[in-house]
Design a binder for this molecule. Sequence first.
Ligand SMILES: Cc1cc2nc3c(=O)[nH]c(=O)nc-3n(C[C@H](O)[C@H](O)[C@H](O)COP(=O)(O)OP(=O)(O)OC[C@H]3O[C@@H](n4cnc5c(N)ncnc54)[C@H](O)[C@@H]3O)c2cc1C
Length: 451
Amino acid sequence: MRSLSRSVSPTSVDELARLFGTARAEGWKVSFRGAGRSYGDASLNTGQLSVDGRAMRRILSFDAVRGVLEAEGGVSIADVWRHTLPQGWWPAVVPGTMFPTMGGCVGMNIHGKNCFKVGPFGDHVLELDLLTASGERKTLSREREPELFRAVITGLGLLGAVTRVKLQLKHVESGRMRVWPLVTGTLGEMFDVFEQRMPHADYAVGWVDCFAQGAAFGRGLVHVARHLKASEDPDARRTLAVAEQELPGDIMGLPKSLLWAFMKPFTNDLGVRLVNQAKYALPEPVDEDGSYRQTHAGFAFLLDYVPDWRLAYGDQGFIQVQLFAPDAHAREVFAEALRLCQRRRVVSYLAVFKRHRPDDYLLSHGLDGWSLALDFKVPRDAQRLWDTAADLTRLVRDAGGTFYPAKDQVVDAGSFARVFGDRLKSFREIKRQLDPDGLFANDQARRLGIV
Ligand SMILES: Cc1cc2nc3c(=O)[nH]c(=O)nc-3n(C[C@H](O)[C@H](O)[C@H](O)COP(=O)(O)OP(=O)(O)OC[C@H]3O[C@@H](n4cnc5c(N)ncnc54)[C@H](O)[C@@H]3O)c2cc1C
């Protein structure tokens, strides 16, 4: 999505507080932007003021004994692991890319491939600082103003600026994990494999071939991973070094920077069918026990292997629709979604499957259920896609599912209000008290009817 706004990059909390005063006096609405890695309009503020948080990017402290890190809001996930991994600590929750900032991870309450086990990002935030519209600095935690703490996490930047985060990291003994690739012949089998493997896994993620039909409908691949103990990895200390984690500069002889151009001829129905067939049918090289070893960064940040990968989708770009469905209905909802897309001939080129668990953050997408994230290339006759996306929204809403703003640019205000109900009312009430003039807003919040 494209939008024009005035951008400012304050370097201190004092400067940011002064900026809020100026914006109010000038009648500007203020939004926050981390690394801009949300898929839709979450960090856009058309014609208004956008605060780029990345100039406030200092790691403030790190306790390598307890694995507790304090960082400013603009510090990225990459900054964190590069600072802490050599001493055996990895962020407990990371998204599929290493660029998001602490502020963005809190604002959306991101989840990882281990959500079923460790919950979302917020569960590992010990404390955070919020700069409110009035310029007041509040320190929040599960003990200090817990209600506001749970609203700021998932708060979409609408309650103030997150200027400091204190994070509990996860102790790791090796820089590598053991990964099992498991072929699943149908969608149902993918659910079954997850259920069998999750009790013994640290991470689990599925890929679904959305073109497959008939007996192969919903076929895919599951990757299950487990952290290695030092005793299981003779090179454990060496692999914790940052240099061992960095993604390779080229892949099969091609410089990384050109990979998106190599992918471009395949981003059409025929190309994706071919790639999917190869992905499904060609076995990954594994050891005797059917697994291989992979670095944390290699496993977690797959898409970062291809810089500017989104350019492969062409001029019109792409959108993502992540369907969240409760456990009781997820099998039917995802099957119906895939059938609907095939009928409309609007088929997702990349589909990622995960298990989630419920949490108590106010506008949380978390639920006792599953998600299927569908990437769609925007075709020239885009109306077909928008109509299909609207039907997918209804499908999720009517099945008792949830919406995730980090991946959304299609949900309508009515559906959002129906899903979030009283929680949305409570959020608005907190916002009314903390930001009575409605200083903080963004395009997404306006579209979803939150502000
Ligand atoms: C390739 C790729 C893979 C991804 N994989 C996953 C995944 O596996 N799981 C997942 O959950 N997400 C995933 N995401 C989405 C991404 O993690 C989230 O959108 C995240 O919020 C982006 O952080 P950001 O710093 O870029 O924030 P932005 O996108 O810039 O902003 C996100 C929100 O945070 C608010 N915000 C930003 N900074 C502050 C601040 N300092 N104070 C208050 N509010 C602030 C903004 O107002 C906005 O509402 C993925 C994205 C990409 C591109």
